[in-house]
Design a protein around this ligand. Structure first.
Ligand SMILES: *Cc1c(COP(=O)(O)O)cnc(C)c1O
Length: 385
């Protein structure tokens, strides 16, 4: 029984070991101004039969790093709860919130950092490097601290202050980049190519996709079936890809009998993946412009994989304006008690737009990915003080 990487473009397989990131041949074929080619996904060649009542072993049986290597910090296992006021208001009797703001550093990114840290522990790698718009950096810094690893981050100097302060508190070596996330990304790769260490960049390190799939596994365990709909905020498309990876793993191993309809929610000013879904392919990037920093992306790193999955499983694309996002942020907080960052509140904005397409008794999950305290300036935009 073993796990392996498979190129999502050419299908070539690779061992899971340090130094393996993208498919070398396909990534070389990446075109300028398009998402990178050759993203690897993790697959396994054995049947998984763990009982769903053994929830901890259940989740670990889908992951390519053994349980004993995970650092001592409580990542995942976040609640799936029932927002009663919102249910009533929207007339959706089976609406749920998957509350990933409750991860240790306040975002879903911890799921990926947790698996990457376990991999570093297993392979005795001391240094972890990541480029990020903010949350991946603060997440890797926190989870890395629990794992006893040195973490070096590259983030745009314009990242929300809280995410930077978190990283510093966790003891990371913070490198501010005067420029975009894309520039931070390139600098971090240059750094690991030259100095070694484990690179955790989204949709570069394949384990990031795999770590994020645990949210799908948990939703299944908590509902005891596949939901009908999941609303997910999308930037690089790594969370979206991870959800599809998780649900298709469950499907392949006969735990569920359908893949949910996944709604890809993007900010109108940063919607490359949704645009590609309606046009059939990626086109030249439009510089992103949205208040939701965590989903502000020019060229989505995991674009081709996300597009392929949306096409294969008939996912839906919803674009929402910043005004809709910031109103939904207030509505979510004031009707449910959950204060989410703008990127994450976008899922409620998306649901409000799609509501007529959904039957009243269908199971609907809003995946809420990040805590509102991470971006106070964003949250203040629509408040009257
Ligand atoms: C990173 C992030 C997203 C978007 O995830 P992608 O994988 O880039 O699509 C959404 N919400 C939060 C809070 C994030 O940190």
């Amino acid at each position: 029984m073993s796990f392996y990487y498979k190129c999502s473009d050419c299908g070539k397989t690779f061992d899971i070991k340090p130094g393996v990131y993208l498919c070398p041949e396909c990534s070389r074929k990446s075109e300028k101004n398009r998402p990178v080619r050759g993203v690897l996904e993790t697959l396994n060649d054995h049947k998984i039969t763990v009982d769903i009542n053994d929830s901890e072993n259940f989740i670990h049986s889908f992951l390519p790093v053994e349980k004993e290597y995970f650092p001592p910090i409580p990542v995942g296992n976040t609640p799936l709860w029932q927002p009663l006021n919102l249910r009533k208001k929207l007339g959706l009797t089976n609406l749920f919130i998957k509350d990933d703001t409750l991860n240790p550093t306040g975002s879903l990114k911890d799921r990926a950092s947790y698996l990457v840290a376990a991999f570093a522990i297993k392979h005795k790698i001391d240094d972890i490097v990541v480029a990020s718009t903010g949350n991946a950096a603060s997440s890797m810094s926190g989870v890395g601290a629990a794992a006893g690893k040195k973490v070096k981050i590259f983030i745009p100097a314009s990242a929300p202050k809280a995410k930077m302060v978190q990283s510093l508190q966790y003891g990371a070596d913070v490198n501010l980049v005067e420029g975009t996330y894309d520039m931070a990304f390139d600098q971090s790769i240059e750094y690991t190519n030259k100095n070694g260490g484990l690179n955790r960049n989204t949709a570069y390190n394949p384990l990031t996709l795999d770590g994020k799939k645990t949210s799908a596994l948990e939703i299944f365990l908590q509902l005891e079936k596949a939901p009908d709909h999941v609303f997910v905020p999308v930037g690089d498309g790594c969370i979206l890809g991870g959800l599809y990876r998780g649900f298709s793993d469950l499907y392949k191993n006969n735990y569920i009998d359908k893949i949910p309809v996944i709604h890809s929610v993007q900010a109108e000013g940063s919607c490359a993946i949704n645009r590609a879904l309606s046009n059939g392919d990626f086109s030249d990037p439009i510089p992103s412009n949205t208040a939701a920093d965590s989903i502000s992306v020019d060229i989505p790193r995991n674009g081709y994989y996300a597009l392929k999955m949306l096409q294969k499983y008939s996912g839906r694309a919803i674009n929402v304006t910043d005004d809709e996002i910031l109103s939904a942020q207030i509505e979510l907080a004031s009707t449910t008690g959950l204060f989410a960052e703008p990127s994450s509140a976008s899922v409620l904005a998306g649901l409000l737009k799609e509501k007529n397409e959904i039957k009243n008794n269908e199971n609907v999950v809003l995946l809420v990915t990040g805590n509102g305290l991470k971006d106070i300036d964003g949250a203040m935009k629509k408040l009257s003080l």
